[in-house]
Design a protein around this ligand. Structure first.
Ligand code: JFZ
Length: 453
């Protein structure tokens, strides 16, 4: 089975279709059909690659935060700002990035075009703090766009409204740590919003179809007038999805570094880094109309950017089970890599991404194009659903019989997804008992496929 999704071609088709759609008079929540059509490729893709990359990779520090909250990063703002003058990732090969995403089974990519520091990884006409003013000298975004185009990989742009370099965002005569949240009360603020409009226009007119814009507004996001920018995006590329981090709910929620403990529903915001928020969610199964589209973004270690000192890598099994956990609640999993300063991706990330891809080669049918499963809250199994199929992901393989409580649908057949082996089963009103072989098909997670009436 090809682990490859014709996402970009489908996305392009939608983009072309959408381009003759009526423009949104102002930003308005589209009808459920419009939302479904626009988000169909994204909901099917399930698994994406996040890439945080910039001159900060030279210093093995987090992106931007060392100048905003210096604490223990060990680099001054002045030294951080000098990094771009020696940024020269000569080993960067965009095809390698896209091929690694495909090997991992990732079906869309999101790239940091501009992080909070204000440095642009694209050749913006409106700043000199950009990739084409480094020793490297070439537009990284343009090269990645071309490689994604070649492989039909949908590519989204991460764009930070916070910008530590633009004098309209904050008084840059001060250190960023003093006013990193921005100063919208200053008369210069509108100039910064105009700068954002110019740069978003560059990104949406010079680089082909943008699958999505991944804003990262941090605090008090209403200061950015998000509706203005969502309308701009919809005017330039109506099919482009927008996340929820510019002060407007838009297309999907973005819980960060945590997986909601229940299926997200409309009306409860999950953005940010507070996992306790999701505990307000009811452990029930929402209707499709109540369901809120969402995406957990996650690092493989603990740093978004490349950090040679961060050796706390999550295991492949942990990451596979996270992907399953997210898919079982109807979400997308945006797993991050921070490329090294030379443009390569460290072996520990490659190893884990390859392992996930190998699991998806065998079990991808239980993840891609699925939605949340009908049975939630099981101790050692998760369910996803696709039409009349229910996929049961078993983490700790039982001896002899696997019991699935709470399934109301009538099961017509059961098989091991890995090899198609039919399984005998018995179903009562309260539970389904499936006879399973002694050996688990996969040490990370084994999938039983149920066909229901
Ligand atoms: C943000 C960025 O700051 C971070 O560098 C990375 O790009 C991530 C994907 O998005 O992470 C956050 C978001 C919110 C807070 C802190 C970091 N917060 O609310 O303090």
């Amino acid at each position: 089975m090809s682990a490859y999704f014709t996402g970009r071609r489908d996305f392009l088709r939608l983009a072309l279709t959408a381009s003759c759609m009526p423009l949104f008079p102002r930003f308005a929540l589209g009808s459920s059909y419009l939302e479904d059509e626009r988000t169909a490729w994204y909901r099917a893709a399930k698994f994406g690659m996040f890439i945080h990359w910039g001159p900060y990779s030279l210093a093995s520090v987090e992106a931007s935060w060392p100048i905003m909250v210096p604490k223990s990063w060990g680099i001054s703002e002045a030294d951080y700002r000098e990094l771009y003058k020696r940024f020269n990732p000569t080993k960067f090969d965009p095809d390698v990035f896209v091929d690694l995403a495909r090997t991992a089974g990732q079906r869309y990519m999101v790239f940091t075009t501009k992080h909070h520091d204000g440095f642009c990884m694209f050749d913006s006409a409106y700043t000199n703090y950009k990739i084409t003013k480094t020793p490297y000298g070439k537009d990284i975004v343009a090269q990645l766009v071309k490689a994604c185009e070649k492989r039909g990989m949908p590519l989204g742009f991460y764009y930070s409204p916070p910008d530590m370099t633009h004098p309209g965002f904050r008084d840059t005569s001060k250190l960023a740590k003093e006013n990193w949240n921005g100063e919208p009360e200053r008369p210069e603020w509108p100039l910064y919003l105009d700068y954002m409009e110019l740069q978003l226009t560059e990104l949406l007119t010079r680089y082909g179809p943008a699958a999505l814009i991944w804003f990262d507004g941090l605090h008090n996001q209403q200061k950015y007038d998000g509706v203005r920018f969502i309308n701009l995006i919809h005017k330039l590329q109506p099919a482009t999805l927008v996340n929820d981090r510019i002060g407007v709910d838009a297309d999907y929620e973005t819980p960060e570094q945590f997986i909601p403990t229940a299926i997200p529903t409309k009306g409860i915001k999950l953005t940010g880094i507070d996992p306790t928020v999701s505990q307000k969610l009811k452990p029930t199964i929402p209707s499709p109309d109540e369901f809120r589209l969402w995406e957990t973004c996650m690092t493989i270690n603990n740093t978004w950017a490349y950090n040679q000192n961060d050796r706390e890598f999550k295991s492949s099994q942990t990451l596979i089970r996270m992907l399953i956990e997210v898919a079982s609640r109807g979400g997308n999993f945006l797993l991050n890599v921070g490329p090294q300063p030379d443009g390569t991706i460290q072996p520990e990330f490659q190893e884990r991404l390859t392992s996930i891809g190998q699991w998806l080669q065998v079990n991808g049918e239980s993840i891609y194009e699925t939605t949340y499963g009908p049975v939630q809250g099981l101790p050692n199994a998760r369910t996803t659903a696709k039409g009349n199929l229910i996929f049961v992901h078993v983490f700790d393989w039982p001896t002899g019989v696997f019991e699935l409580p709470g399934l109301t649908a009538k099961v017509m057949s059961a098989r091991l997804l890995a090899n198609g082996k039919p399984l005998t089963f018995r179903q009562t009103e309260s539970k389904l008992q499936i006879d399973v072989p002694a050996q688990a098909p996969d040490p990370n997670a084994s999938v039983i496929a149920l066909k229901t009436l």
